[in-house]
Design a protein around this ligand. Structure first.
Ligand code: PMP
Length: 361
């Protein structure tokens, strides 16, 4: 077997090696079942334990209050872009969006197909280099909710704090930052995330939703898209993405062993600060996002010369530091340093960046 690389991919991303190893060890026989989790009935006792433990551990990690449902669904965050308006844009039929990146825009466009979606603010003209601050009074006061994207995976920005939306329900896409820092779940009506960055394999999305927001869906929507379908059936209405839920559950256990989210936050802040400090001090690299809104998970930077950026990505790859290219729509570089990226990986990247800078000035 070859060596594992340092994988800086934005998603699907690196998973903890210990989780992968343990899953491999149990691949042919999961804890005496004589079969793998992939081959098991989702109604079986072992799987029932896997899904309920996963939910309980996620509740502990994020300190999710009792009056919230935790749903495990398929379809990626992209399907949740549609589920949210189908389920929640059902009072006045209006929702306000903060456009802070491409995913935020996609969530907005999807909602605009289904109701009266409005962009309350956007940083698009400034290449999404900051998070717009909107006073609570500027949202439509009869909106069913305000939607934000907590961490902007492509541009490398994030909300520095929960925006004030007054009494309006706040919904957030946390696909690329969930489990990376402490969050106060009670400030949100709904939090959702695709799994393939900080949780587990692609194919699973997690929706954390206040119970009183369940059961408000439009009539005649497809059964699968109604939050109530999943809430009423403990995410077992139909066959769930069982393998993904199993791996997610193993990641949750590991995070608890490592000290939970506050411990992860401390490490993540240290990892990101090292990288940004080096970039800010360097003569070659710049980070386009304003300091106060920088992502802890996706560190975006450029040299200012596209050819040199390409060389950077290729030279880094040759040293086992892979997937450092920026999103195909913007180029440059992006180091995604989710929970599973060890601090040592960030140190190795900085060491490479120094050598590359010396050699290419
Ligand atoms: N939202 C954010 C913030 C993302 O980063 C992504 C994927 N990179 C998506 C939504 C879309 O997720 P999916 O591919 O799971 O539909």
């Amino acid at each position: 077997m070859g060596e594992r690389v340092y994988n800086f991919s934005a998603g699907p991303s690196a998973l903890p090696a210990s989780v992968l190893q343990s899953a491999a060890d149990k691949m042919l026989d999961y804890e005496g079942a004589g079969m793998s989790v992939m081959e098991m009935s989702h109604r079986s006792k072992p799987f029932e334990k896997i899904i309920r433990d996963a939910e309980a551990n996620l509740r502990t990690l994020l300190d999710i209050p009792e009056d919230y449902e935790v749903l495990f669904v398929q379809g990626g965050a992209t399907l949740v872009f549609a589920m949210v308006p189908l389920n929640l844009m059902t009072g006045s039929g209006k929702a306000d969006f903060l456009i802070t990146g491409q995913w935020a825009e996609k969530a907005y466009q999807e909602a605009a197909k289904l109701g009266d979606a409005r962009a309350a603010a956007s940083s698009k003209e400034q290449k999404f280099s900051f998070i717009p601050k909107v006073p609570a009074g500027e949202y439509r006061q009869d909106a069913d909710y305000v939607h934000i994207t907590w961490n902007n995976t492509i541009f490398g920005s994030k909300f520095p704090e929960v925006p004030d939306t007054g009494c309006l329900t706040l919904v957030t896409d946390m696909s690329s930052s969930i489990l990376s820092e402490r969050i106060d779940v009670s400030k949100f009506g709904c939090i959702y995330a695709g799994a393939q960055k900080n949780i587990g394999p692609a194919g699973l999305s997690i929706i954390i939703i206040k119970k009183d927001l369940v059961g408000k869906a439009k009539e005649n929507i497809p059964t699968y898209l109604d939050f109530k379908t999943h809430a009423d059936n403990g995410s077992l209405y139909n066959t769930p993405p069982a393998w993904c839920i199993y791996i997610a559950g193993e990641v949750f256990k590991l995070l608890l062993e490592r000290g939970g989210i506050s411990a992860m936050e401390e490490i993540n802040k240290r990892k990101a600060a090292k990288l940004y400090d080096y970039i800010d001090a360097s003569g070659l690299y710049t980070a386009p996002v304003v300091r106060e809104d920088r992502s802890l998970m996706n560190v975006v930077f450029v040299t200012g010369d596209e050819e040199l950026d390409k060389k950077f990505v290729a030279d880094a790859k040759a040293e086992g530091l892979v997937q450092l290219n920026g999103h195909r729509s913007i180029g440059g570089m992006r180091a995604s340093i989710y929970n599973a990226m060890p601090e040592e990986g960030v140190d190795k990247l900085i060491d490479f960046m120094k050598r590359f800078e010396d050699a290419n000035q």
